[in-house]
Design a protein around this ligand. Structure first.
Ligand SMILES: [Zn+2]
Length: 205
């Protein structure tokens, strides 16, 4: 499968969520910035992302690409975008501490995809495995990952970046991670600290 060509000025999508479902949620890059780009705006993009994060093998992606007639993939893309919105709503509510007593937002869509994923998988060496024959199959591991994340102990480690709307799993020992990536959103902070350290040194000499 060929690497999709990105428009001028658009970077390759950083994959920094630390969890498959959160990485899927973060597939609109620079969501609030001038270089906003949806990396799964078409079916080819969805296959490319799935290959990059290890859902699909090269052979799976090539096989699915051969089946990618627009009339078959249009509903898959709609579903993919619904799933992405649902994960952003659900995991976002957890990250923002706004989980109330009501049903978690996005849950209906997540439940649908996770249910399908379970219905279609085999368990091999205690891991769910799919054949990836159906055009919608790349969404299944994402749906199941979202279900597992939100219903397990890792849910309390879901955080939102302090500099952008992206979500990530904070796997630091003391739960102190603040940025989706230090390079992307943490650099201003890094610069501020550097300037502060220099100023502190100057006052000491
Ligand atoms: Zn960020």
């Amino acid at each position: 499968m060929e690497t999709p060509e990105l428009p001028a000025g658009i970077r390759e999508l950083p994959v920094v969520g630390g969890d498959l479902a959160l990485d899927f949620a973060n597939t609109v890059d620079d969501p609030l910035g001038p270089e906003r780009h949806d990396h799964i705006a078409d079916y080819h993009g969805l296959l490319w992302w799935s290959l990059r994060v290890g859902i699909l093998t090269e052979q799976d992606a090539d096989r699915l690409l051969l089946r990618a007639a627009p009339r078959r993939t249009a509903p898959v893309l709609r579903r993919a975008h619904q799933l992405r919105t649902a994960i952003n709503l659900a995991a976002g509510a957890v990250a923002d501490g706004s989980v109330g007593v009501d049903v978690l937002p996005g849950w209906g869509v997540l439940r649908g995809v996770a249910g399908e994923a379970l219905g279609e998988c085999e368990l091999v060496q205690l891991r769910p495995v799919w054949g990836f024959e159906a055009v919608e199959s790349p969404l299944w591991p994402v749906g199941l990952a979202a279900y597992e994340l939100l219903t397990g102990p890792r849910a309390r480690r879901i955080k939102r970046c302090a500099g952008c709307p992206w979500l990530f799993l904070d796997q630091s020992k003391n739960g102190s991670r603040r940025w989706c990536s230090m390079d992307i959103c943490g650099t201003d902070e890094k610069m501020r600290r550097y300037v502060a350290r220099r100023a502190a040194r100057r006052t000491h000499t």
